[in-house]
Each structure stands twice: as C-alpha cells, then as structure tokens.
Design a binder for this molecule. Structure first.
Ligand code: AMP
Ligand code: MG
Length: 483
C-alpha cells in the first residue's frame, strides 16, 4: 500500500454483516493514464491535489491508497419493473473518506474489474460513458442538484469489447453513499431481522443522524427518504434532466443522483421525452419521473414492513399512507419550485394554472425548456418569433399582473429567477461532440471547454454556441448506457 495522499479512510460499511458485500480488490490495468482530474473537488475533499494529479495508478486501482478496503456492494434491483439480484459488477468501493469537517463520502472506482457480482460482464467501462458521467455529474453539481461527483477519469490502456473495441477507462466516483433502495431489497431477501435493523441504523447514522433515536427507526427512515427523493426529483424537473434508468438499484437513500447512464437533458419541452435506447415504453420519460419515484419508494417501503410494525396489516396501512403522502409532498415542492422559476413570491390560487398554461404553450410550440425560462428573466417579452404569438403575449400579460401582486420588488423576482433558471445545460449534441473528439481524436479540448462553461450555469457569459438548442441535423435523439 502506498501513502494516504490526504485520504482519511474510516470504513464503516466494511464492518456490516457479510451478505451486504464481498471484499474484492480492483484488477490492475496495462497503462493508467490521467484523462480528467477534478482539482477543485480534490481540494474540497482535503486531498493532496498536486501529488494526485500525476498518479493515475491510484485511480485505476493499480496502486491501493493506504487505508482502502476494497469491496463490491451487494444489492438487488427492479430493472424496468423486474426484480433481480445484482450487486456491483464493475464498481469497487475503496472506502469512506472523511473530509476536514467530518463529512463522510464513498470513494468508488467504476470500471475497475470483475467482482463476484459481475455475472457475464467484464467489469470494465469504456472511456466515452465515463467521460459522460464526469461531465453530467459535475454539471448537475454546479446546477445545485444533489449528485454524486467525479474525481477523475483514467484511461486503462486496455480495450473493452462492446459492439466494437473501445478504449477502456475508470471513473472515480464520490458519493454521500451508495446505499440504494436495492440495498434494502437485497437485505430484506435475506429474511434476517437483525440484518435489517443493522442496515437501518447504519443508514440513519449516515444520512439522517437526528432520526437515530426515533421510536420507529424504520418509519423515520421511510419518511426521510420520501422527503429527499421528492426534493431530488423536483430538482431534476427544474433543469430538464432525464435520468433514463430509474431502476430501484439506482435510487439512493441519500437523495443524490447516481449512475449516469443514458441520461440526458431535454431541449424542447415535452413531458414524453425519452432518450435512452433501452427505454422502449417510455417508463422513465421526463414527465414520468415523479410517479416512477413513487413506485420505487413503494418498493422501498415493502422492505421495511416487518420493521415498521409486527402486525403486517398495520404495517401495510402505515406504509401505504406514507407512499400516498409522497404525491402531496411532491406537488407542493414542485409548485414552490415552479413559482421560483417564474419569480413569484407568496401564493395565489391561480398560480398552478398560470404555470401549467405556460408549459402547455411550450409543449404545443416545442419551445426550448431552458431558454424559454431564462429569457423571461427581467420581465420583457422575449424577442424570439415564437414569443410574439398572441397566445404567449396573453400569458405574459397574466404573468405580469401576477408579478405586480408580489410582496417584493421586481428586482427580487429577477434574482430568484436567475438562480432557478440556468443559462447553460449540458445539451446532448454538445456532450456527444465532446465525447467523440475525446474518444476518436484523442482531443479533450471540447470536453474541457464544455466543463468550464457548465461550471457556471447561471452566468450569462457563456458563448452562444453553448446556449442555443441543436439544429435539426445536430439533434441527438438516442443515448446509450454503454455497459
Ligand atoms: P447500471 O445499469 O450501471 O446501473 O448497472 C446495472 C448492473 O449491471 C449493476 O449490477 C452493474 O454493476 C452491472 N454491470 C454493468 N456493466 C457491467 C460490466 N461491464 N461488467 C459487469 N457488471 C456490469
Ligand atoms: Mg446502477
């Protein structure tokens, strides 16, 4: 083992009962090469940034950082509705790092080789999808959406074989944890009450410490997760993010976004938007994300039933009530978020109608989601041709009248709107262009330029090329998970 490089590992997950993981070292690669290194994140984590910058071997798993206890986590998951036993087939948890303030975070290598859960897979990842996760997760962070983050992408020097041979890579992912609904599904399948109680306590300690001494820890956990997930999905809806694979193994208990596969941002507003090539029925379409989350939370609640109440009927009644309550909670949070997007303070009974009318108009006219909201900041009628339509002008007049009833000055509205409506998002066509340059021309210039712009999403300084929607011929209609 080498030095710590500023990593302060304190690995509690490795002390949980054995069914929950399998100790498993990363498999070395031929030629680790640093592709992207997130110096700002390294600084924030309290790491030795300059020393790490030149040590791709640490981020490929060729050299183990002192204090790591590599393991693959076990979990199950409803994938497109069907329950499967999974586990990390290509992600290895190095350990839990504590930053200077005692903040605990998972350090995970994705694409670091086969594990006991790899099934038929090679345990590896291709460079394109790992760069994609880096770009989009860092963009989500800058947008203010809870998310796992990306510390590094390292090329492996080895090909991975998908439909064709592709350059292999490893992503270092930093997350509040990798506990997911699927972790609980896996644990519940063991039919061991003590194991469930241990896992509940571990999760509460990690994410909801003020609930640790609750009279009913399982129910407290359910409530807390419902709250966090409702908040998270509202944030996705705010920025037009479509996760693409909302299987229960990709739903975190921390309320962070994880597992960036075929995810994408919506250009023209349409609730039916789907990009993922494997989502044939639109199960995970933009507009379905809130209800699919309720379904996923239902699966979570099922794992907790025996711990909520000894009487199964009582437990079902309590849990059902909570899952139903998610709808109300989500609707409240969504409405509050949409009010912020439109600079509305206070509450007016007609707000929901005002908001829905704008969305309906946007959908009917295929208006760009990001640019339409951004153009409203300042209150002028946007100068696009689309916005000269009588239907839009009528809506704009109603919006102005509502703004006039605000309890605060106009400048406060514009400020609220500036913080709620990004100027730049990682548009698919730009992401694809950057990934193509990186993987086919070994040119990281476009990816780095895009990252820089995405780091300041609320600034008006971004060049027009990053802000305009794609031309018809540039449009990317399908995204792939690349596993
Ligand atoms: P994901 O779609 O990334 O959430 O992955 C679903 C499941 O497939 C997880 O258990 C992964 O660990 C596993 N998996 C994905 N790709 C690979 C691979 N190349 N080798 C082994 N397991 C994989
Ligand atoms: Mg996953």
């Amino acid at each position: 083992m080498s030095a710590t490089f500023g990593f302060r590992f304190d690995n509690r997950y490795a002390q949980l009962p054995e069914p929950l993981f399998s100790l498993c070292p990363p498999q070395p690669v031929s030629q680790p090469e640093m592709v992207l290194f997130n110096a700002a994140l390294a600084e924030q984590m309290g790491l030795e940034t300059d020393a790490l910058r030149t040590r791709p071997d640490l981020f490929s798993g060729n050299t183990l950082i002192a204090g790591s206890e590599p393991l693959a986590q076990a979990y199950a998951g409803h994938q497109f509705g069907n329950l499967t036993m999974l586990g990390d087939g290509r992600a290895i948890l190095l350990g839990e790092h504590l930053d200077a303030t005692g903040n605990r975070m998972d350090v995970q290598l994705k694409g670091a080789g086969r594990t006991p859960f790899s099934r038929g897979g090679d345990g590896r990842a291709a460079l394109g999808p790992m760069l994609r996760e880096y770009l989009i997760s860092e963009s989500m962070h800058a947008l203010g959406v809870p998310t796992s983050r990306s510390l590094a992408v390292v090329g492996s020097g080895d090909p991975v074989y998908r439909e064709e041979a592709l350059p292999g890579a490893i992503l270092t992912r930093i997350a509040a944890s990798h506990l997911r609904v699927g972790t609980f599904q896996y644990a519940a399948a063991q039919q061991d009450a003590a194991l469930m109680d241990t896992l509940i306590q571990y999760t509460l300690a990690r994410h909801y410490p003020d609930q640790q001494n609750s009279d009913n820890p399982a129910l407290a956990l359910l409530d807390a997760v419902i709250e966090r997930q409702a908040s998270l999905i509202v944030q996705w809806m705010r920025v037009g993010f479509i996760h693409g694979v909302m299987n229960t193994d990709n739903v975190t208990l921390s309320g962070e976004t994880i597992d960036y596969g075929p995810c994408a941002f919506m250009d023209a507003y349409d609730p039916d938007t789907v990009f993922s090539s494997i989502d044939h029925q639109g199960r995970y379409a933009y507009g379905n994300q809130p209800t699919i989350t309720q379904w996923n939370l239902g699966r979570f609640a099922e794992t907790l039933l025996t711990r909520i109440n000894d009487n199964v009927d009582t437990a079902i009644e309590i849990a059902t009530d909570r899952i139903k309550g998610y709808s109300t909670l989500y609707d409240q949070k969504w409405l509050a978020m949409m009010r912020r997007k439109l600079g509305l303070f206070g509450e007016d009974v007609m707000d929901a109608t005002l908001i829905q009318d704008l969305l309906d108009w946007m959908q009917a006219n295929r208006a760009d989601f990001t640019n339409t909201f951004h153009a409203l900041i300042g209150g002028e009628v946007p100068d696009s041709d689309l916005c000269q339509q009588p239907a839009f002008l009528d809506w704009h007049t109603r919006w102005q009248a509502r703004l006039a009833r605000n309890s605060k000055p106009r400048e406060s509205s514009w400020c609220l709107m500036r913080n709620s409506n990004p100027a730049v998002i990682p548009r698919n066509h730009l992401v694809e262009q950057a990934l193509t340059a990186a993987t086919e021309q070994h040119d990281l210039g476009p990816a780095k330029a895009l990252l820089a712009v995405l780091g300041q999403p609320y600034s008006d300084d971004a060049p027009e090329q990053y802000r305009r929607p794609p031309e018809p011929q540039e449009r990317v209609c399908q995204t792939f998970c690349g596993t």
